[in-house]
Design a protein around this ligand. Structure first.
Ligand code: ADP
Ligand code: MG
Length: 809
């Protein structure tokens, strides 16, 4: 009676009463919904039924394509919208009908999905080329606009049950380069214009002293006016645009007073020139524009660098590998590699996929992934990663992860995520700058009113000075430049910030909690002894244990699988993972448990073993069957880290789920006096909450695989992300480097960065508060204001750039 019918397309249960079907591969197949039916029909109609034979994972259940979505897709055909993501195919040899874009496709679950999309897109009339990037699920397509529209392409992908949207990061890369070019141009024009206007101004001042003839002076003014026009229009355009965008979004940024200052200064001076009477400030305006552009250019440079590091990573991996089949070498696109394929990597080549060395020994350079600059010796059985470079001798590598699961792809995704989040401090600075601007504009109004009554001929000059001198540029630039410099410095050392708040939080840490397994130890325990208590042999106990561990990701699990050396294992039913305790399951109708003392609820005898070893127990429903002794190596340099942390007044402690004697041993060996053993993940979390309640700001360092909730409960967390674990690692920071000392360096970096930001804030605010009254009472002239404001911003940016040089030891 419990004969469930499952949807042939997505695998969901078909509810009773639903009668939908599609003929696939010669048979009528049940479908759970209209969405699946539509997708399956479309796959069959396009002759792509093979998909169903090749797929290894079930797809997501598609949603019905509703008319409003189709309308939304049509938006992508709009030339203005396309500007944000289309590549400049016009600039290439193709004619104007050929367009190029990168689409990101959501809902890809296995390689067959990609195959399906690729085939289907290639069949469409008007599609010229389709190139998938497996790692990022991005596809680059060229199409002919005369035959097909982008919205139709997107709709076709929808018909297959996937969501696609144009991806603009690579486009942004292209845009960034263009932006940089145009910024340089603007800066150069502004520089020329400022130099000229200043020469004229000097001549005018000097002339005024020596009785320059009116006609000549007037000519100089007209010259200055004309020379200033390019600066005020072309060079200053970005300020106007930013100010306008801000106003439209109801945000008063620093560009508003800048724009007002420039425009007011120019218009006022132009009127004075036409009238032939009054002061002109062309030199001030051009100088201001030139300085501001220069400062922003520097700040932009620092930010671009940190964004590009993420993008560049993905470009690291080669697209072609040498596959070895039956002694034959065949050049193969990396995307066609399968798990288990053997590839040959020659010296000097970049490794094309994550894998294990099966033949040969060499040294590799992983510096681009982990910041480790030494060449690392690798031999048979060692892991290697896509993107690292083979130095010495040829090796054969068995592929263990396809592109989208590779370490490289994971790093790149994490970096993307971090960049999508703005650091809270930078947000606060923006908000403060907005208040400041509002206050400034109000003050300007009253200053103008006051001078209007006192000395109307001075109003213009003073308003201009106040606007220029106290624009909160420095305040707005203070944080972003520093964050960018610190972030890219850390990535270079194998410390990956994956959250916007990570750096700020690290700076406040005063208590570091370590997990034991995989954190203080390397997380590669080896089975050194088996003691049996019941009638089962040691070999049988081991086989049961390894079978129970098949589905577990715990480092202990791997050591059992390894100890069995690929011998056949039992089938396990109702497998259960009890976090921080062990595993349970039923084998041939008998229930077994494997794990620490707490898991069994049975008295456990004392086991003779080295102090560094952990013991796990195997039991059936009634009795203890065996004890397994596992020995793990201590992670090097932890003791030095603990000492360095102590010099920074940071307390350290260990919270572990392992038994007390083992934890005590490791605690002593790394000189940590506070430790607790036998804790479940919930208890660890409670301990962290208790610490926080006592006022501690807690950094939790874990292996990031089985302690995600504990990591999330701390104020900030670092996950050990070395090697293959990275893909699943959670943590605000991921330590790619093998060097634990980088933890201390990261804290030092964060503190220094916060110090720089604090200095910047204090400087920016003090400068503004100091300059404003002087400007308001007319003690500062506009050109002094322009210099003051520009120099204050420049100081802030240069101070931020100091982070890199200061910390590079
Ligand atoms: P730690 O806090 O040291 O990182 P865990 O919380 O991951 O350790 O695990 C605590 C204890 O639970 C381990 O020392 C081990 O005895 C037991 N345990 C956890 N997972 C497993 C497993 N998959 N197989 C066997 N024992 C396990
Ligand atoms: Mg652990």
């Amino acid at each position: 009676m419990n004969n469930q019918v499952r949807c042939y397309h997505c695998g969901l249960e078909v509810l009773s009463g639903v009668r939908l079907g599609v003929k696939v591969l010669g048979e009528s197949r049940a479908m759970c919904c209209l969405g699946c039916q539509a997708v399956a029909e479309s796959i069959v109609e396009n002759g792509l039924e093979d998909y169903y034979q090749h797929r290894t994972e079930l797809p997501q259940t598609p949603e019905d394509l509703i008319p409003s979505e189709l309308k939304q897709l049509a938006l992508y055909d709009h030339p203005e919208v396309q500007k944000s993501f289309l590549f400049g195919a016009q600039g290439t040899e193709q004619d104007g009908h050929i367009k190029e874009a990168v689409l990101i496709i959501e809902g890809i679950t296995c390689a067959a999905c990609i195959w399906l999309n690729e085939r289907h897109l290639k069949q469409l009339v008007g599609i010229q080329s389709v190139a998938f990037n497996y790692g990022s699920h991005r596809v680059r397509i060229h199409w002919d606009e005369q035959h097909i529209k982008l919205s139709q392409i997107l709709a076709e992908i929808r018909k297959l049950g996937y969501h696609a949207h144009p991806f603009s990061a690579q486009q942004q890369d292209f845009l960034r380069a263009q932006q940089r070019k145009s910024n340089i141009k603007r800066l150069a024009v502004a520089g020329l214009s400022a130099a000229q206007a200043m020469m004229m101004a000097v001549a005018l001042y000097a002339g005024a002293a020596q009785g320059l003839e009116y006609a000549n002076a007037q000519m100089l003014r007209w010259f200055s006016l004309v020379l200033t026009i390019p600066a005020v229009t072309y060079c200053a355009w970005p300020f106007y645009r930013a100010a306008w965008n801000g106003l439209v979004n109801r945000q008063l940024g620093m560009d508003v007073p800048i724009s007002l200052g420039i425009l007011a200064g120019f218009i006022g001076s132009a009127i004075a020139t036409v009238r032939g009477d009054g002061m002109v400030y062309f030199d001030t305006i051009t100088m201001l524009i030139c300085f501001l552009l220069g400062t922003r250019y520097l700040e932009r440079g620092a930010r671009d660098k940190s964004i590009e590091s993420a993008e560049n990573l993905l470009r690291l991996s080669p697209s072609i590998a040498t596959r070895v089949t039956d002694g034959q070498y065949l050049l193969t696109p990396v995307v066609e590699l399968q798990l288990g394929d053997h590839i040959l990597v020659k010296p000097g080549e970049t490794i094309a996929a994550d894998g294990v060395i099966v033949e040969g020994a060499t040294s590799v350079d992983e510096s681009l992934l982990t910041g480790e600059s030494r060449a690392l010796a690798k031999t048979t059985g060692d892991d290697v990663f896509a993107g690292s470079i083979n130095y010495e001798s040829p090796v054969t590598v068995a592929v263990t992860a396809l592109a989208d699961n590779s370490m490289l792809a994971s790093i790149s995704r994490l970096l993307d995520r971090a960049q999508a989040e703005k650091p809270p401090l930078a947000e606060t600075a923006d908000r403060v700058a907005a208040y400041f601007t509002t206050a400034l504009l109000i003050i300007v109004f009253f200053v103008a009113l006051f001078w209007w009554q006192q000395a109307p001929n001075k109003v213009f000059e003073i308003v201009l000075t106040v606007l220029v001198v106290s624009c909160p540029c420095a305040l707005s630039l203070a944080a972003p430049a520093a964050f960018a410099a610190a972030g890219s410095h850390l990535v270079g050392r194998g410390v990956l910030l994956t959250r916007g708040h990570a750096l700020e939080s690290l700076a406040n840490v005063n208590h570091v909690v370590f997990d034991k397994t995989g954190t203080l130890t390397l997380g590669k325990p080896i089975l050194i002894d088996t003691i049996t208590y019941g009638s089962l042999s040691a070999a049988e106990c081991l086989k049961i244990a390894a079978s129970l561990e098949q589905a577990s990701e715990h480092p202990i699990a791997k050591s059992f699988i390894l100890a069995m050396a690929r011998q056949p294992l039992y089938q396990v039913e109702t497998h259960q993972n009890i976090a921080g305790q062990g595993v349970a399951g039923v084998i041939a109708d008998r229930a077994y448990r494997l794990g620490n003392e707490q898991l069994h609820g049975l008295p456990t005898p004392i086991v003779q073993c080295p102090p560094s070893a952990s013991v796990v127990w195997l039991s059936n429903e009634t009795t203890l069957l065996a004890a397994f002794v596992l020995s793990d190596q201590a992670r090097p340099h932890v003791q030095a880290l603990v000492r360095d942390l102590a010099t920074q007044q940071i307390t350290t402690s260990i919270l572990s789920g392992d038994a007390a004697p083992t934890v005590a041993h490791f605690a002593q060996s790394v000189e940590i006096s506070q430790w607790q053993a036998g804790l479940s993940p919930e208890q660890k979390l409670r301990q962290i909450r208790a610490l926080q309640q006592q006022g501690a700001t807690v950094l939790m360092v874990g292996d990031g695989i089985n302690d995600a909730p504990v990591l999330a409960g701390a104020n900030v967390s670092i996950a050990m992300g070395s090697g293959t674990q990275l893909a699943r690692a959670t943590g605000d920071v991921v330590l790619l480097s093998e060097q634990v000392s980088e933890i201390e360096h990261a804290i030092k970096t964060s503190k220094f960065t916060m110090q720089v930001i604090r200095q910047n804030f204090i400087w920016a605010i003090a400068y503004n508060l100091f300059a404003l009254p002087f400007a308001a009472i007319g003690l500062i002239s506009p050109w002094m204001a322009a210099i003051g404001m520009s120099v204050s911003s420049l100081i802030v940016v240069l101070n931020a750039l100091r982070i890199k040089t200061y910390l590079a030891d």
